[in-house]
Design a binder for this molecule. Structure first.
Ligand SMILES: CC(C)(COP(=O)(O)OP(=O)(O)OC[C@H]1O[C@@H](n2cnc3c(N)ncnc32)[C@H](O)[C@@H]1OP(=O)(O)O)[C@@H](O)C(=O)NCCC(=O)NCCS
Length: 122
C-alpha cells in the first residue's frame, strides 16, 4: 500500500493579516463552518488555530499530489478535533484514490505546523 506524507509551517501573523484584510471572503474560501466555529471559540488564540488549519490543508495538498488536489478545494478538507482533542481530517466527499489520512498539528506564539500522512488505496 502506498503512503505519502506532507508537511507545512506558517507564520501565524500572515494568517492574522489575511483575515484582517479579507475577513469573511478569506474565511469562507479556506475554512468550513465547523472550523470557523472551533477557531472563534478560542478568542485570544484564535489565529493560532486558523493558521494551523491553513498549514494542515497545505500539508494535505502536498501529500495527495497536484494530480489529485487540483480537483478539490480548501473546504473539501475539514480539520476537526475528536473528543480527546486529536485532530482528524473529514473529507466533504470520498476521494477514490485515498484510504485514510492522519494528521498532527502544533502551534506556538509565532508559528503553526502540520504533518499529514496519506494512505492510498492500491
Ligand atoms: C495533547 C497535548 C500533548 C497537546 O500539547 P500542546 O503542547 O498543548 O499542543 P501544541 O500547542 O503543540 O498543539 C496543539 C494541537 O495539538 C493537537 N492536539 C490536542 N490534543 C491532542 C491529542 N489528544 N492527541 C493528538 N493531538 C492533539 C490539536 O490539533 C491542537 O491544535 P488545535 O486545537 O488547533 O487543533 C497536551 O494537551 C497534553 O499533554 N494533554 C494531556 C495528555 C493527553 O491528552 N495526551 C494525549 C496524547 S498521549
Amino acid at each position: 500500500m502506498k503512503i505519502s506524507c506532507g508537511t507545512d509551517i506558517i507564520e501565524i501573523e500572515r494568517i492574522k493579516n489575511s483575515i484582517g484584510k479579507y475577513e469573511e471572503k478569506f474565511k469562507t474560501n479556506i475554512y468550513t463552518e465547523a472550523e470557523v466555529k472551533y477557531c472563534e471559540s478560542h478568542k485570544d488564540q484564535k489565529f493560532q488555530h486558523y493558521a494551523v488549519r491553513f498549514a494542515a490543508k497545505e500539508a494535505i495538498f502536498k501529500a495527495i499530489s497536484r494530480r489529485i488536489s487540483e480537483n478539490y478545494s480548501w473546504t473539501d478538507f475539514e480539520v476537526i478535533n475528536n473528543k480527546e482533542g486529536k485532530p482528524e481530517v473529514v473529507l466533504k466527499e470520498e476521494i477514490p484514490e485515498i484510504e485514510s489520512i492522519d494528521i498532527s498539528l502544533s502551534h506556538c506564539k509565532e508559528y503553526a505546523t502540520a504533518m499529514v500522512v496519506v494512505l492510498f488505496k492500491e
